[in-house]
Write a protein of this length. Structure first.
Length: 320
């Protein structure tokens, strides 16, 4: 029987199919509850510490809303106004906050910090993005969205007929690192097509794992050749904040733009996803196309995070 009670969520590598089913079934229940305006006190008496050392709109606010929709409360901590500015270590910050809360969510610019913080914490800690490392809750909401919205995914966790095209900054994009690794944990994973400028290719540390698990993988820089075969297009932003210089960023920014014109070459029953925020890699002229699923994807983040908080805190789901 799958369980997430008391678990730190640091990497998608911790998840198996049983756990994914549990998260997605619970998220569906949360979605039904919110959409029917049902109230819940499932997490009343619990406090979440939302600790953000990097900017965020969706992840921070959806965790905040998730906790409040389940009757819990939230402490928000931002790097700019925390004692880290006086030189306090992340471990000591976590040791402090865990005295005040029941679960912690941490975003940090350095890869590996979530694991370090989880090791220091006696309370469950959820990685909300660690630099260019991972963003496991984003991958969970991405997969939930894919299963909910792709017309051919009628079978739970079966993706082996699909070609998932990951586009953009695959080097720095923690969302695509986590999503590709998570799909490789499925017994029937999709085929992956990785499209990026040469300098923004997916790191070998990720592709080596994908290949070792037998995933079918293609890498190219030519979007126009790859797009017509895609069943899911997952677009990412070129991450200006990860480049050493403005010149290096300028050389690759705007490498690809998804707009209504290029999307005429794509399948009519495919879907387009994006973790957001976007800059200019998806033109707003495509937003009204029924294949554009990125705003639904964003909304699903709250339902998946409601599920994760309830499961990690061992809530009695029969009370929903
Ligand atoms: N997708 C995502 O992580 O968005 P935020 O940076 O706004 O949290």
């Amino acid at each position: 029987m799958a369980s997430l009670t008391g678990m730190d969520i640091v990497s998608v590598e911790q998840f198996d199919e049983g756990m994914l089913r549990l998260v997605f079934d619970t998220a569906s229940e949360m979605k039904r509850m919110v959409r029917t305006r049902k109230k819940s006190d499932l997490l009343r008496g619990h406090i979440l510490a939302n600790v953000f050392f990097e900017p965020s709109t969706r992840t921070m606010c959806s965790f905040d809303a998730a906790m409040k929709r389940l009757g819990g409360e939230v402490i928000s901590v931002f790097e700019s106004s925390s004692s880290s500015k006086k030189g306090e270590s992340i471990e000591d910050t976590i040791r402090c906050l865990e005295c005040y809360c029941d679960v912690l969510v941490l975003r940090h610019p350095e890869k590996g910090t979530a694991a370090k913080a989880a090791a220091a914490s006696k309370k469950p800690l959820i990685n909300a993005g660690d630099g260019v490392g991972e963003h496991p809750t984003q991958a969970l909401l991405d997969l939930f969205t894919l299963f909910s919205n792709h017309p051919s995914t009628t079978d739970d966790l079966v993706l082996d007929g699909l070609n998932l095209l990951l586009l953009g900054d695959l080097k720095h994009g923690r969302t695509v690192h986590s999503l590709s690794l998570l799909t490789s944990k499925l017994s029937r994973p999709p085929r992956l097509t990785l499209v990026s400028p040469e300098v923004l290719r997916m790191p070998a540390s990720v592709t080596d794992v994908l290949r070792s698990r037998g995933l079918k993988l293609e890498e190219t820089a030519k979007l126009e050749e790859a797009l017509p075969g895609a069943d899911v297009l997952y677009v990412t932003r070129v991450q200006r904040e990860r480049f050493a210089s403005a010149d290096e960023y300028d050389a690759v920014k705007g490498a690809y733009t998804i707009d209504a014109a290029i999307m005429r070459t794509a399948k009519s029953d495919m879907i387009v996803m994006h973790p957001l925020p976007r800059v200019d890699e998806i033109s707003t002229d495509f937003d009204a196309d029924p294949r554009a699923q990125y705003f639904d994807q964003m909304e699903n983040g709250m339902y998946v995070r409601m599920a994760l908080l309830a499961l990690v805190l061992g809530a009695d789901l029969s009370k929903l």
